[in-house]
Design a protein around this ligand. Structure first.
Ligand code: COA
Length: 371
């Protein structure tokens, strides 16, 4: 039996998260996403995913210090970031940066493991993005250190060149918690397939970034922003959306392979988007988004996924649209690493079968006789 897109197929077992499970919902290592989003931080969650348990205060402090100490970029990487075209998509910046770092700081050398490679990437992705962005958009060569002690604060302050605004920093931090892990989604599965061949962690992460880039997966937050920002008002949004639906076009930021009755992360990120918009005194994108949500429910019975309101939240944090999916990468690296470790712990090459739909067996004809 085949299943288009492996829909509904259980492709392995995992002890990292539950997604859409009846009566359980979304949990990371058994903790509900609602509790984690309300009371934890991204660093706590990354530690939980990678090490399997919540850190003590002392462990958390040490982990944050360790990440803060891994933000610097080698000169060869800075040179590469400068050499990349200004028109490069920042997802390609991260994919390329990951590949280069994999040659400069290879796994296996200097005692490097999946955990230390993951920490290094989580700590330095913000530096890579900001270095590339500030060099190409403002002609500046920035220092990649900051006084911020969180991944969210570091990214915001490096991007803007100013200390991170606490409201935006905390909102971004919560979205990182929401984005950190999601079971066998396409990019995580890609990372596990690569890992299953006994390849290295950098290759798994670079492949996962490639999978996340597409608009049916992580790229949806960027695509949702393009949609929302294309409307002048909620009224205009409703009218255009009705045309889109009549033309059977996909509406980015809606629908989900697993969640058919709502994404539990969506109300949390919606609240963040609202709070940020109110604080900025600019409800325009939020109001348009809410109208799109109402119309999608009324016309299609469809709910927004995490990416939909993440778009407005990130916009209100002052993050450029092309950086939305890269921010998702920063968060999801912790989930990917947890899966790399789990896959290695009980590895079996992932190699499914396909149903053949090609020509019947036929005789080979020499090229000179083919006419
Ligand atoms: N807008 C409009 N219609 C949608 C839709 C959307 N965002 N998502 C699904 N549909 C429709 C499909 O066209 C299909 O209609 P049909 O039965 O008349 O052909 C029906 O709903 C079922 O969708 P299906 O393609 O089976 O869902 P899926 O599980 O394969 O796809 C997604 C899931 C996420 C790929 C899909 O919902 C989508 O493309 N969403 C937009 C991109 C997005 O937001 N991605 C981020 C996911 S977190």
């Amino acid at each position: 039996m085949t299943s288009s897109g492996l829909n509904g197929i259980t492709a392995g077992s995992s002890g990292i998260s539950t997604v859409g499970q009846e009566g359980v919902g979304l949990t990371y290592r058994g903790y509900s996403i609602t509790d984690l989003a309300a009371d934890s931080t991204f660093e706590e969650v990354a530690y939980l995913l990678i090490y399997g348990k919540l850190p003590s205060q002392q462990q958390l402090d040490a982990y944050k210090k360790k990440l803060s100490g891994m933000r610097a970029l080698p000169d060869a990487l800075k040179n590469l970031l400068e050499a990349l075209p200004a028109s490069t998509h920042p997802m390609d910046v991260l994919r390329t940066g990951t590949s280069l770092l994999g040659t400069l700081e290879s796994e296996g050398e200097g005692g490097r493991t999946a955990v230390s490679v993951g920490d290094r990437l989580t700590a330095s992705f913000g530096s890579m993005l900001a270095y590339w962005y500030r060099f190409h958009s403002r002609n500046e060569r920035i220092e990649t250190e900051s006084d911020e002690d969180t991944v969210a604060g570091h990214f915001l302050s490096l991007m803007s060149g100013k200390p991170a605004d606490p409201l935006k920093r905390d909102a971004l931090d919560t979205t990182l918690v929401l984005y950190a892990e999601h079971e066998f989604n396409a990019s995580t599965f890609a990372a596990r397939v690569i890992t299953s061949t006994l390849s290295d962690t950098y290759s798994a992460i670079a492949g996962a970034i490639g999978a996340l880039r597409g608009p049916l997966h992580g790229g949806a937050n960027e695509a949702a922003m393009e949609l929302v920002s294309s409307f002048d008002s909620p009224r205009d949004a409703e009218k255009s959306l009705m045309h889109m639906l009549a033309a059977r076009r996909l509406v980015m930021g809606f629908g989900h392979r697993v969640y058919k009755n709502g994404d539990p992360r969506s109300p949390i990120v919606k609240e963040l988007a609202k709070r940020l918009s109110e604080s900025a005194g600019n409800m325009s994108y939020f109001d348009i988004s809410e109208r799109l949500e109402e119309v999608m429910m009324r016309e299609k019975g469809m709910f927004p996924n995490l990416d939909f309101y993440a778009a407005t939240a990130y916009h209100m944090c002052g993050i450029p649209t092309a950086m939305f999916t890269p921010v998702f990468v920063i968060a999801r690296t912790s989930g990917w690493i947890a899966h790399v470790i789990e896959q290695r712990g009980d590895n079996k090459l992932i190699r499914p079968l396909s149903d053949y739909t090609g020509p019947e067996p036929r005789a080979y004809v020499l090229v000179a006789e083919r006419g």
